[in-house]
Design a protein around this ligand. Structure first.
Ligand code: SAM
Length: 221
């Protein structure tokens, strides 16, 4: 038996690619986005009372990780990518029905739009439901943070783009990189550059030493 579901909206997110998205919500409070509700949920009635709520649970589709063959075991990146565990014992993106759930902070409510922070969602993520909660949970098993430093030019560029975007860009980059987005099995050399796209910017960094990140440049994509 199968059922079909229809999104109530789509997330416009600072995260334009999967790499460097925090592995759980709330780990990067500067990670912001907007849930753009679609008809009929874009009507004011659908959000009446929501302005009193601090956080919401989003049920969403991992639309960039949907697979035709279900997996019984997965290799979570947090375990280094080489240890296989049962799919129900993880928060892997490879869910049986591709459904994820994230508790995120509700910053502002307006008809048709929910302004969110602390998200761990890719741009364009379809949202199936939005359920209230008052819990402000920092993941109990939050990863150890690593120090993030900046090249002078990269930091100046980030400040300038933060002003242009009106976004806490420096904090966003530091919060995301401090969680070390690199796959745990990869040993970085100082020569190797890593990159991701945040908002409309390409951000590059490297590991001058193991356990340390330096942001190399921040440029318009
Ligand atoms: N908090 C959710 C949960 O527990 O169900 C998601 C956890 S999952 C480990 C978080 C990762 O999902 C992010 O780091 C990002 O790489 C990935 N992700 C986010 N949105 C996605 C999407 N729409 N499609 C595929 N992968 C996505």
């Amino acid at each position: 038996m199968s059922y079909s579901v229809t999104p109530v909206g789509f997330v416009r997110s600072c995260f334009k690619e999967k790499f460097a998205i925090p592995r759980q919500p709330q780990l990067a409070p500067a990670a912001r986005g907007v849930l753009e509700l679609v008809a009929p949920f874009d009507q004011p009635q659908a959000i009446e009372g929501l302005e009193q709520v601090s956080h919401v649970w989003l049920l969403f589709l991992f639309h960039q990780a949907l697979e035709s063959q279900p997996r019984l075991k997965v290799r979570p990146p947090r375990l280094g990518g080489n240890q296989s565990v049962g799919v129900f014992a993880t928060r892997s993106t490879h869910r049986p029905n591709g459904i994820g759930q994230s508790v995120v902070k509700l910053e502002k409510v307006e008809p048709g739009r929910l302004w969110l922070s602390g998200i761990d969602l890719l741009d364009g993520t379809p949202v199936l439901d939005c359920v209230t909660t008052a819990v402000n949970q920092i993941a109990a098993d939050a990863p150890t943070l690593i120090p993030v430093s900046w090249r002078d030019e990269a930091l100046s560029a980030a400040h300038a783009h933060a002003l242009r975007l009106q976004e806490p860009l420096v904090a966003l980059i530091e919060q995301c990189l401090a969680q070390d987005p690199r796959p745990a099995y990869q040993q970085p050399t100082p020569e190797r550059r890593y990159g991701t796209r945040l908002w409309d910017l390409d951000v590059h960094w490297h590991y001058p030493q193991p356990g340390q990140i330096c942001v190399l440049d921040v440029q318009l994509a």
